[in-house]
Design a protein around this ligand. Structure first.
Ligand SMILES: O=C(CCCC[C@@H]1SC[C@@H]2NC(=O)N[C@@H]21)Nc1ccc([N+](=O)[O-])cc1
Length: 124
């Protein structure tokens, strides 16, 4: 199966863009996340991401990464997913995410985590 390397630029169904810098030989990577959407008041600056992907036998690997949102929006998102070689030969990342926003009191903890899914394709 064609290996599926995460390095490069990706765009998801929300229009957010992700730039993955090089993946080292432990599968560790870092990068930057440019979200197209936010429920924070002001637009969010590109924020750092760190993650790791499996490198077994150069297969369609699973991965995970964490985004720490900078400025104004004290929150953290974690993504988990898998890279597939789509039928059209293009790579696609199917992910699920949890977004944890900071809440001011413990009594609000119940409403602090959102869940969702995103699909990413490589930006040509
Ligand atoms: O909005 C944010 C941070 C940006 C989250 C973007 C999410 S991550 C999962 C999904 N996939 C994407 O590509 N983009 C979305 N933080 C935030 C928002 C509101 C408040 N608030 O207090 O209202 C606090 C933090």
């Amino acid at each position: 199966i064609k290996p599926c390397n995460l390095t490069g630029w990706w765009k998801n169904d929300l229009g957010s863009k992700m730039h993955v810098f090089n993946v080292d030989n432990n599968g560790t990577f870092s990068g930057e996340y440019h979200t197209a959407v936010s429920s924070a008041k002001s637009p969010i600056q590109p924020s750092p991401l760190v993650g790791s992907q499996h490198l077994d036998k150069d297969e369609q690997d699973t991965f995970g990464f964490t985004v720490n949102w900078k400025k104004f929006s004290d929150s953290t998102a974690v993504f988990v997913g898998q890279c597939f070689n789509g039928a059209d030969g293009k790579e696609v990342l199917h992910t699920s995410w949890l977004l944890r926003e900071k809440v001011d009191s413990e009594t609000d903890d119940w409403k602090a985590t959102r869940i969702g899914r995103n699909t990413f394709t490589r930006m040509s």
